[in-house]
Design a protein around this ligand. Structure first.
Ligand SMILES: [Zn+2]
Length: 233
């Protein structure tokens, strides 16, 4: 089993804007559009924001790294946990994808809890497919909310843990890597370890067996080599 945890860096190469490193952060206040309080204050602003993100998603395509990571399912047992709310891994052909922070193509009914997919369309004028209510929100995890799928983070029995395109600032990937004899980190930058206890004077990559300091699309042959060696063990 291969456990792959992906973050914004994987989809950034497809042109998906991220909050870090400029981009969306410059134009939106994250507490307005990504928090439960923001949604309560102005649900229309939040829904409009996610309507635009959904439309953007329609117009981007999976990149070579999405396609490669998805194709691993043909040769190995693979489970993808992703922090990304886009569906690019699925569009690249991945079957086993768990979204830790929800999914952009889905809405959630605040009356009955139903979650349903609207593809890349606007949420305007939509009603719940189950109860007909119009009190809907994007099915994404806002800051400060609990993320039920985090229960999978530490429960996967895999022979290798691969973290790709995640800075480790949202999830403590160093702590997850500790639980695996083989672990691989792919990220263009070295990142300091930051947890809820503050910033540590150490780098995340020190916790991984191997660190490939590249973008995901440039690391494909390196990953292939690591998996080849693993098979020979
Ligand atoms: Zn409903």
């Amino acid at each position: 089993m291969i456990y792959i945890l992906s973050g914004a860096g994987l989809s950034a190469e497809s042109g998906i804007e991220t909050f870090r490193d400029g981009g969306l952060w410059d134009r939106y206040d994250i507490s307005d559009v990504c928090s439960a309080q923001g949604f309560e204050k102005n649900p229309e602003l939040v829904n409009n924001f996610y309507d635009r993100r959904r439309l953007e998603l329609k117009n981007v395509r999976p990149n070579a790294a999405h396609r490669y990571l998805a194709s691993l399912e043909e040769r190995f047992e693979v489970i993808h946990l992703t922090q990304n709310v886009d569906d690019l891994l699925e569009r690249a052909g991945a079957k086993r994808v768990i979204h830790l922070h929800g999914k952009l193509t889905e809405l959630k009914c605040l009356e009955c809890g139903e979650v349903f997919d609207i593809g890349y369309e606007s949420s305007k004028g939509r009603v719940c497919v189950k109860c007909g209510g119009d009190n809907l929100r994007p099915n994404v995890v806002f800051f400060g909310e609990s993320a039920p799928n985090y229960r999978y983070l530490y429960s996967i029995k895999a022979s290798i843990f691969i973290a790709v395109g995640t800075s480790g600032r949202v999830l403590d990937i160093a702590d997850i890597a500790k639980g695996y004899g083989n672990s691989l980190l792919i990220n263009p930058k070295r990142e300091k370890r930051v947890t809820m206890f503050g910033e540590f004077d150490e780098y995340i990559d020190e916790y991984f067996t191997l660190f490939i300091q590249k973008r995901a699309t440039e690391a494909i042959s390196d990953i292939e080599e690591v998996l080849g060696n693993l098979r020979r063990l």
